[in-house]
Design a protein around this ligand. Structure first.
Ligand code: GDP
Ligand code: MG
Length: 344
């Protein structure tokens, strides 16, 4: 019996035949270098930091400013524009007030209070993917349509392959033939193996075969793509449950991680809708995709508050290299990168 409808295996990343719309992966080894990572954070968060820093500079047009109600209200307005939400913006306002009220301050004084507040509001450890003690680690990736699931899977796969680990992808989005194709192209390019099923087929069967294959070839990690869905689609939510069960039959603890991919450009509404989803799907962490595409990168803060889940990785672009382990300090630094040399 042919165990796999389709089975691909490439050991070395290929770049020569990359389609134009999906830029080729570049040297991913650099992604672990601190310098490269800092630059990536800065570049990825540029839209947010440009807006934030322009507004903050405007707040300090004159030599220093008195920290009074007018100043604090203006500061609040600037913070809210990043989509961090009124609650956090108020907390930062209060902190700046407590630290500086009635004083004439320079931009640097206020930035220090704002940055300290942000760090507290977002406090979390870096949370890489939890690897299974033995056997393949199974990761299931879920979220609504277009949130960035498939691209994030490619990025994660690239990260593991660059570490010399063996990766099996499961093309569990069987709804659209194009979705299988998209993941197959990534797998080829990255040097991951892929297990696919027929378009319209049962995603649980793909999941089963992907995990079985990962066990068979002693892969380090198996990442399963799923079709986009909403929490209100009961049958699709039950399907996720079935996928989990099926994988759990092969490896009792699987899936070890269920990553919810959120689209940072969807704004706070999109994030709120995902809350129920995350509970229903038993998510263990968040990948926040497309942070480079928004000036509202402050949305990380309501995410940290609403979900009792760590933001594990952030997506900072469309190539396989544009993924970063989320780090609060680096994030805050990148947000306030621009004005350092431009303060008056
Ligand atoms: P899916 O439907 O959830 O699988 O979403 P896809 O992975 O297919 O992504 C949808 C679109 O968002 C594609 O055009 C991706 O290139 C784009 N995308 C995904 N992640 C990012 C990101 O971090 N930054 C940017 N700028 N685009 C992204
Ligand atoms: Mg997809």
């Amino acid at each position: 019996m042919a165990l796999f409808d389709r089975f691909k295996k490439t050991q070395t990343p290929r770049t020569e035949d990359s389609p134009a719309e999906q830029p080729a992966a570049t040297d991913s080894q650099t992604s672990s270098a601190p310098q490269g990572m800092i630059a990536r954070f800065r570049q990825g968060l540029k839209k947010t930091s440009d807006l934030l820093n322009t507004d903050l500079r405007d707040l300090f047009k004159r030599e220093g400013r008195l920290v009074d109600d007018e100043f604090l209200d203006e500061l609040f307005g600037i913070l809210v524009k990043t989509d961090m939400g009124a609650g956090p913006a108020n907390e930062i306002r209060d902190r700046v007030q407590a630290d500086n009220r009635g004083r004439v301050v320079e931009m640097g004084d206020v930035l220090a209070s704002v940055q300290a507040s942000l760090r507290e509001l977002m406090a979390q450890q870096e949370e890489p993917i939890t690897m299974a003690a033995e056997g393949p680690t199974v990761v299931m990736v879920v979220g609504v349509n277009g949130s960035g699931k498939t691209t994030s899977i490619a990025k994660l796969a690239q990260m593991f392959v660059a570490r010399g680990q063996r990766v099996v992808l499961g093309a569990g989005d069987t709804f659209r033939a194009a979705a299988v194709e998209q993941l197959t192209i990534w797998a080829d390019r990255i040097g991951a193996e892929i297990v696919t099923g027929n378009a319209g087929g049962d995603p649980a069967s793909v999941a089963h075969r992907a995990v079985a294959h990962a066990i068979e070839i002693k892969a380090d990690i198996c990442i399963l793509d799923t079709a986009g869905r909403l929490q209100t689609q009961t049958n699709l939510m039950q399907q996720l449950e079935k996928i989990r069960r099926v994988m759990g039959k092969l490896i009792p603890d699987a899936p070890h991680e269920v990553l919810l991919v959120l689209d940072a450009t969807a704004g706070q509404n999109g994030i709120s809708q995902a809350k129920g989803f995350s509970d229903a799907a038993g998510c263990t962490g968040i990948v926040l995709a497309k942070l480079d595409g928004t000036a509202k990168g402050g949305v990380v803060i309501p995410i940290r508050r609403k979900f009792e889940l760590p933001v594990k990785y952030i997506g900072l672009g469309e190539t396989a290299d544009d993924l970063a382990l989320f780090d609060v300090d680096r994030f805050v630094e990148a947000l306030f990168d621009a004005p350092q040399g431009q303060q008056q």
